[in-house]
Write a protein that binds this ligand. Structure first.
Ligand SMILES: N[C@@H](CCC(=O)N[C@@H](CS)C(=O)NCC(=O)O)C(=O)O
Ligand SMILES: [Fe+2]
Length: 309
């Protein structure tokens, strides 16, 4: 259980309060020792519980921050926040001196949580920054803009989505003393961006690189060959100790490093030809929210014509 992730910790603690999950854990020692992390879905497959019960318990914890870094760096505020429905990570980054802050990849259903956190911490939310046009959830960008005056939305110009600021390779996003470098990493979608915070040796990879995986390439102008080049040239070229933070994790893992993925990623350590074949054979079901999410995300998450972002 030493490597079990926060997700399961939360789920287990909540479930355990009422139903003694510890008994369940003892029944499955092999599973728990072999697995690096679990999703609510995986967890509920092995322990006889009502899946909706697990999720509703998990959702009660949605205001909890998940950052091991909280308070560790006096020059940097950082939170990794999870949407349990789409397994999306939203990141809050702020400079404690100026209080200037950004949110990366907010989710519309979690805007109350994000706005409250920003307010409670006395931060000035300067930008809501999207890594790409998401297919699996609606962005919270537009809704946050309506709640926090002065806040501006950002996305890649290539995506052709509406936003206040259209980003491209080499741009810098400045908030207080901190700065993100924008890297173009297409392949999952044609407009995917990776944001690098050199000062803290971190990169936010969106869906270009997931932990021990990568974003799918079967829609939104996706291309496996392009994704392979993006990851190798723009992410694996970062220093090996850089922390990588993805837009999703479906298994309970929270972060990785350049070195880990360069050596352990089961897809991207292969040759380009092998990678293309792996991606062709994935046969993933379409995201449940795709029909709603794509048109909404082209207009910053708001479909009301008077309040487009
Ligand atoms: N079952 C999820 C699928 C979500 C999905 O397809 N996510 C995309 C990112 S937008 C992906 O690349 N997933 C990779 C994977 O599932 O391995 C849903 O319905 O929302
Ligand atoms: Fe995506």
């Amino acid at each position: 259980m030493a490597t079990a992730s926060y997700h399961v910790g939360v789920l287990a603690r909540n479930y355990g309060r009422r139903n003694s999950v510890k008994a369940g854990l003892r029944l499955f020692p092999a599973l728990f020792s072999q697995t690096r992390g679990f999703s609510a879905r995986a967890f509920s497959q092995f322990v006889v519980v009502n899946k909706s019960d697990v999720l509703s318990n998990a959702q009660r914890n949605f205001q909890r921050d998940m950052s091991a870094l909280a308070g560790k760096d006096k020059n940097f505020i950082f939170r990794q926040l999870l949407d349990y429905k789409s397994f999306t990570y939203t990141y809050l980054l702020a400079d404690p001196e100026s209080k200037d802050a950004i949110l990366i990849d907010p989710v519309i259903e979690m805007v109350d949580r994000d706005a409250k956190l920003v307010k409670d911490m006395g931060l000035n939310l300067k930008y809501v920054v999207n890594t790409h046009v998401h297919a699996d959830h609606v962005t919270g960008s537009g809704e946050l803009k309506t709640r926090i005056p002065g806040c501006k939305s950002m996305i890649s110009a290539v995506s052709k989505a509406q936003a206040d600021v259209k980003l491209k390779e080499g741009d810098k996003i400045t908030f207080g003393n901190l700065e993100l470098e924008v890297r173009s990493t297409p392949g999952h979608t044609n407009g995917c961006l990776t944001y690098v915070l050199h000062d803290k040796q971190m990169a936010f990879t969106g869906d270009a690189l997931l932990i021990r995986g990568c974003g799918r390439t079967d829609f939104q102008e996706g291309s496996s060959a392009t994704l392979y080049e993006s990851v190798h040239n723009k992410i694996f070229s970062l220093p090996p100790n850089y922390t990588l933070l993805p837009a999703h994790d479906y298994t309970g893992q929270t972060s990785t490093t350049v070195e880990e993925e360069k050596t352990l990623n089961p897809r991207l350590t292969k040759t380009k030809e092998q990678f293309i074949k792996i991606m062709e054979d994935l046969n993933l079901p379409y995201p449940k929210q795709i029909d709603k999410a794509l048109p909404a995300n082209m207009v910053c998450g708001l479909q009301d014509a008077t309040s487009k972002g």
